[in-house]
Design a protein around this ligand. Structure first.
Ligand code: ATP
Ligand code: MG
Length: 566
């Protein structure tokens, strides 16, 4: 009895990720009075991407799972690249993913508190104003095995640093002429302790505080303290911050006047094959119009994925599958596509769309006759029911579902061969008509009235089933087919090449004159469907009344072939 209970508990423990293990231990020990508080801290300098989704899922997920709160904090300490447009998009994307924050905070709201803390450090002899150039400061840093060199300003009088620090903020000191540095240890084995820069001068107005400040705190001087001001207990971030953690703790030790401490924990960053995730690079693609915008369906941004038809559930399923570890790596984008496909399979309505149409004429079907066939909306979900679909003598079928001369294993339309028209009849191909260039313009077949789907005699089996759209009951559509944005698995690894030269020239193929069933006339932007036999599609926001545009979200199967190394 006990043994099984133990093994169940063991099982539970095993399925926890390492962050959950830490949190459960902290709860057991009653740390922070049993309080769990996390934050998601984006810098509003770009749109959120799938990597951020990984951070969002753990930041909000931990709070949700353990009855805590996750706040949204905009890490807006660098006015150069930040903008309100990004603030708005970040909020929209988090909610779309399915999460809700407790409070919204801005690091810029702490500028006064951070300033006061910097003054405190100067007064305590733990910070000084350095007037050297950035290059000189970098040169003096030393290497991991060699200690750094003291700045000639390191031991200047406290009063002098105080006065200069005020001047750094008054607007009279040009950018780059002075910085404030923490005075810690120029010989530390951790390079981040070698008198890190904590304030610099920036004259560009801030998107929230305008021109009030000219001296701005660096990330390391803002992040941990912001966590502390807010009462964060578990500050989760990516592995590149491991080396910053001692400094994070050092600043908080200088600041804290109680036992409470926020703690930083690091997990592996998400990288995906065939794309880039750096906001700087994504911004370049947008600015140089190599994509249509942040919401281009080929972008790894959440707004791009939403437009493309990815579901928040599919994205969360993917994040869940890859999990959280302490080792960096690169995940195959086909895993993401697989998760999205699985989710859409469960919920997308099946419809008919013909991307490359050719007309099929049923020569023995009465002219002018129309029938209603019953189409099942989703075989995976009975509750979605069925709908009537019109059938007539002339149908659109895919051009490659007919071959005049076909190989043995071709089970679609070829003279003499029978196929089932989905939800309708078995038809036997009798031939085709061609134009002067030899291209097929019409395909002919005869239907067997005894084989209507659902009729008792309809059990006769044929090897192939194809989809169709009744010509008088169809509507035109533009269909956009997307492929990998880059031709190589890891564009960032190709150091000698500009990443933009690695873009896949066939990442977007636009097809005009596609035919879809008339039911889709009423479809709204973002509505998702499975085009039977082809893939998952959604209605693009470029659609207007009378002009339908679809995006292929993902094909039914993974068809990407690795580019052979040329
Ligand atoms: P960039 O360096 O491209 O600007 P960033 O990491 O600075 O990106 P932030 O807006 O600062 O972007 O990130 C907010 C949060 O999201 C941080 O906690 C960061 O660790 C996390 N994050 C960003 N990119 C990823 C990623 N690829 N995988 C997991 N978490 C990420
Ligand atoms: Mg950042």
């Amino acid at each position: 009895m006990l043994a099984t209970e133990n093994s169940i508990m063991e099982e539970n423990k095993k399925s926890l990720n390492f962050i959950e293990v830490i949190v459960e231990k902290d709860l057991e020990e009653g740390k922070n009075g049993g309080r769990i508080q996390t934050r998601f801290p984006p810098e509003p300098n770009g749109y959120l991407h799938i990597g951020h989704a990984k951070a969002i899922c753990i930041d909000f997920g931990i709070a949700q799972k353990y009855g805590g709160v996750c706040n949204l904090r905009f890490d807006d300490t660098n006015p150069v690249k930040e903008d309100m447009e990004y603030v708005d998009s970040i909020m929209e994307d988090i909610q779309w993913l399915g999460f809700q924050w407790g409070n919204v905070y801005y690091a810029s709201d702490y500028f006064q508190q951070l300033w006061n803390f910097a003054i405190q450090l100067i007064r305590e002899g733990k910070a000084y104003v350095d007037e050297q150039s950035a290059e000189d400061i970098a040169r003096q840093k030393g290497t991991p095995t060699q200690p750094g060199t003291d700045s000639p300003y390191r031991n200047r009088p406290i009063e002098e640093s105080l006065e200069l620090f005020h001047r750094m903020n008054s607007g009279e000191i040009p950018e780059g002429k002075m910085v404030l540095r923490a005075k810690i240890d120029m010989a530390s084995s951790n390079m981040h302790f070698r008198d890190p820069i904590i304030y610099r001068v920036i004259h560009i107005p801030h998107h929230r505080t305008g021109t009030t400040w000219k001296a701005y705190p660096m990330y390391d001087f803002a992040h941990g303290q912001s966590d502390y001001f807010e009462g964060v207990t578990h500050s989760l971030c990516t592995l590149e911050f491991v080396v910053h953690r001692p400094l994070y703790d050092w600043f908080i030790d200088q600041l804290a006047n109680s036992d409470y401490r926020p703690h930083q924990y690091e997990f592996n960053r998400l990288s995906l094959t065939y794309t880039v995730m750096s906001k700087r690079k994504l911004l370049q693609l947008v600015q140089e119009k190599l994509v249509t915008g942040w919401d281009d369906p080929r972008m790894p941004t959440l707004t791009g994925m939403r437009r493309r038809g990815y579901t928040p559930e599919g994205i969360r399923r993917f994040i869940d599958k890859i999990g959280y570890t302490k080792y960096d790596g690169i995940n195959d984008v086909s895993l993401l596509e697989h998760a999205v496909r699985e989710d859409l399979n469960a919920r997308a309505m099946r419809v008919s769309g013909v991307l490359d149409p050719v007309k099929l004429v049923l020569t023995n079907y009465p002219e002018g006759q129309t029938e209603e066939m019953e189409a099942i909306n989703n075989p995976e979900d009975e509750s979605m029911g069925s709908r009537p679909v019109k059938f007539s003598r002339e149908l659109w079928i895919e051009r490659d579902d007919f071959m005049e001369e076909a190989p043995k294993k071709y089970f679609r339309l070829t003279p003499g061969n029978e196929v089932r028209l989905k939800h309708a009849y078995i038809v036997k191909c009798t031939g085709c008509k061609k134009n002067e260039q030899g291209n097929v313009t019409e395909v002919y077949a005869e239907y067997d009235p005894q084989t209507k789907s659902g009729m008792p005699e309809s059990n006769r089996k044929v090897k192939g089933t194809i989809h169709w759209v009744s010509v008088p009951h169809s509507t035109d559509a533009e269909v956009r087919l997307y492929d990998r944005l880059f031709m190589v698995e890891d564009p960032s690894a190709e150091k000698e090449k500009d990443f933009k030269q690695l873009l896949n020239p066939e990442s977007l193929i636009v097809k005009q004159g596609c035919k879809v069933e008339e039911y889709l006339k009423a479809a709204q932007p973002l509505d998702r469907f499975q085009f039977q036999r082809i893939g998952y599609f959604n209605v693009d926001s470029d659609s207007t009344d009378g002009r339908l545009v679809f995006n292929r979200t993902v094909a039914l199967k993974d068809s990407w072939k690795k580019q052979s190394n040329s």
